[in-house]
Design a protein around this ligand. Sequence first.
Ligand code: NOJ
Ligand code: CA
Length: 557
Amino acid sequence: MTTLAATGRTAAGPQQRDATWWRQAVVYQIYPRSFADSNADGIGDLRGITGKVGYLRELGVDAVWLSPFYPSALADGGYDVDDYRAVDPRIGTLVEFDELRAALHGADIRLVVDIVPNHTSNRHAWFREALASPPGSRARERYIFRPGRGERGELPPSDWTSTFGGPAWEPVGDGEWYLHLFAPEQPDLNWADDEVRQDFLTTLRFWADRGVDGFRIDVAHALAKDLTEPLASQAELDADVCSGAHPLQDRDEVHDIYREWRRLFNEYDPPRTAVAEAWVPAHRRSRYASPEGLGQAFNFDLLEAGWNATAFSSIIDKNLELARESGASSTWVLSNHDVVRHATRYALPDGTDLNAWLLHDGAEPHPDEERGRRRARAATLLILALPGSAYLYQGEELGLPEVADLPTDALQDPTFLRSRGEQKGRDGCRVPLPWAVQGPTLGFGDRLAHLPVPADFVRFAVESQASDEDSTLSFYRRALAERRLLQTGESLEWLTPTSPAVVAFTRPGGWTSFTNFGSTPVPMPAGTVIVSSSPIDGHTVPAETTVWLQQDRPAPL
Ligand code: NOJ
Ligand code: CA
């Protein structure tokens, strides 16, 4: 019998061998529990995804990134991993994983999986062993345990707060506390420990041997920590100016870990890829994206920018420059499973406090849905014209809005409870996808969905959009198909804007991307329209619209 390791190394067909595939790939993020449910238990699963490979192929993506599908109590939507080398039985099996990988590769789509190395779940075998072992034991060295302050250790070792709210230390009842930068169910690992390092190499090999093409690295900036006493106060941490010496974030020695990972990735043909989720200032990003490190890093700048020509062009300029510096290619992101969907962000007045808006169930200010969709399509077409990789998030191709009025008893995101209701959390972008125009879950599954699918999602169902030429889905398909034909070199040349509301550039092969951020039409430059984000009428580019134009496209025979 052929071993999995052997099949993994040769799993890539000839078309899969290109070692540079990632540089300009369109990567589609799947949040497995909310994508498609094949067995009517309300939870999206691997077979559900396999059943939609035809859809993904028709959409025209180059790769799929799977958010965590590992065994987990879902204290943080699967980013609390019990076992890194297994599949959550509610989501599937390893055999089904292999089937999915084979189906994707058969459709010429690469597969990227999420690796969560900063913390395990509190149900991981190592953490259970640590809790069952006394202070000072070997089992506790894999995590970050410290004695509490006060006479009997009744006070936390420091005043640090966790990202999801509340203290970052949890007592275990014997005078010691453990560190969790996220939820208490996500104890931080000690990356100074050799067994931790070795074990993650084993995990990376496990998936690379199974034919996985790349990895998305969760919280890539926080693995290396300096916990020498005395511990800094939270105020001191907050005041750090990203020097590379912050005790918990973006420390220079984190790159030793990634250099070791890179050596492992390069043992494969083609080398496995990686992209860092590193929330660091732009000037520190290139270190993660270095070819000796992970090779690519997410640029989240557009998530924080409003609908604004100047903001877009300066973010584009800066990130192309950073990519040149690191030798990586740029990355572009408008939506993911952690932020309010971009069709909704652009529907709200600039500067809206999104959390406050969510807490009011999306009632105030009232989103201008039509405008949001129009701008979202224009922004998407703009990023798809840029050199580098575009990361799309499931459902954006349907123009899905954020679901702001999920009932509080349905919410799953730990930020809601940990912040005592002050943060609504991220469930509104994780609502299951509407596939059909009928049925209680609109084709996501049968009767149930783990988060309620709003009835008005019927307007966005794949079934109705697929046959409608003007739908957002048809627009994404056209844009991705054209991008495949057009995207060659990695350079970009700015065109002098005809108005401050315009962002325009040409790409190798003589095609132009032209975005009108303004609210009135502007003259269209010369050329044949290849694709546009809203209908074109005459020789003007309508308000809030992107067009791609070919200068010298030969006339059809
Ligand atoms: C980043 C992930 O994208 C997010 O969903 C998660 O909550 C945190 N990392 C913690 O793992
Ligand atoms: Ca299921």
